[in-house]
Design a protein around this ligand. Structure first.
Ligand SMILES: C[S@@+](CC[C@H](N)C(=O)[O-])C[C@H]1O[C@@H](n2cnc3c(N)ncnc32)[C@H](O)[C@@H]1O
Length: 202
């Protein structure tokens, strides 16, 4: 059976390389590896998300849902020096790389890379950022999104990037129907950027 980037424990050899990227006008060099999503470059969807949304600056607790090697989590922590960032993934190799990359970016004290079940149940998020794992299938995707959106603070906001061909528009409608009013804030290179809130802050 082929290895996939969302395997919990990739069976492929852990072959590492580095990827250079500019995020919010700052240079990064990320370590990536086989068995991890988009190991050859900053993913185009992730890049569309980070280019089209202003960086956060305030304090708070943020979540990078499906962090991969951690580009979103690291950039959030760099931009918002008073924030704590949870970087969650089911892939242990991705979590290890996120820790390495957070350390290289000087933010290891504020980025916690963890399996979903290892995030304490009482943690709430002021912001959720995600290039979500669409390939896990709609039922799993919906379950995962509802699980984390229910942990948004009342004034919290969630940002998603989803390919148009991968159901970005139907996800927008679905999120709104679930009680998380959701608007498309940008569209580029075949990706939709979505902003969802709780009904209170909509
Ligand atoms: C599209 S990738 C995005 C990775 C990274 N954020 C980036 O921009 O390069 C989605 C990630 O979600 C992870 N994932 C899959 N199922 C998950 C789940 N149930 N909970 C959390 N993360 C999951 C995958 O392992 C993968 O790393």
């Amino acid at each position: 059976m082929g290895d996939h980037f969302f395997s919990a424990e990739p069976t492929s050899a852990d072959v590492r390389r580095t990827v250079e990227a500019r995020i919010w006008d700052k240079p990064y060099v990320f370590t990536t590896a086989t068995g991890v999503f988009s190991r050859d470059r900053l993913d185009i969807g992730t890049s569309v998300l980070l280019r089209s949304v202003e960086p956060p600056s305030g304090a708070g607790t943020f979540l990078d849902l499906g962090c991969g090697y951690g580009p979103i989590a690291c950039a959030l922590a760099v931009e918002a020096p008073a924030a704590k960032v949870w970087a969650v993934d089911v892939n242990n190799r991705a979590l290890e790389l996120t820790r390495l990359n957070a350390s290289a970016a000087g933010v290891s004290g504020r980025v916690r890379a963890a399996l979903p079940e290892d995030v304490p149940a009482d943690v709430r998020f002021d912001q959720i950022w995600s290039n979500p794992a669409i390939h896990i299938g709609k039922p799993e995707l919906h379950k995962m999104l509802l699980q984390w959106l229910s942990r948004l603070t009342p004034d919290g906001v969630a940002w998603f990037v989803v390919g148009k061909n991968l159901g970005g528009d139907s996800l927008q409608r679905w999120l709104t129907a679930q009680g998380y009013p959701c608007h498309r804030t940008a569209s580029a290179k075949g990706f939709r950027v979505l902003r969802a809130t709780t009904t209170r802050s909509a």
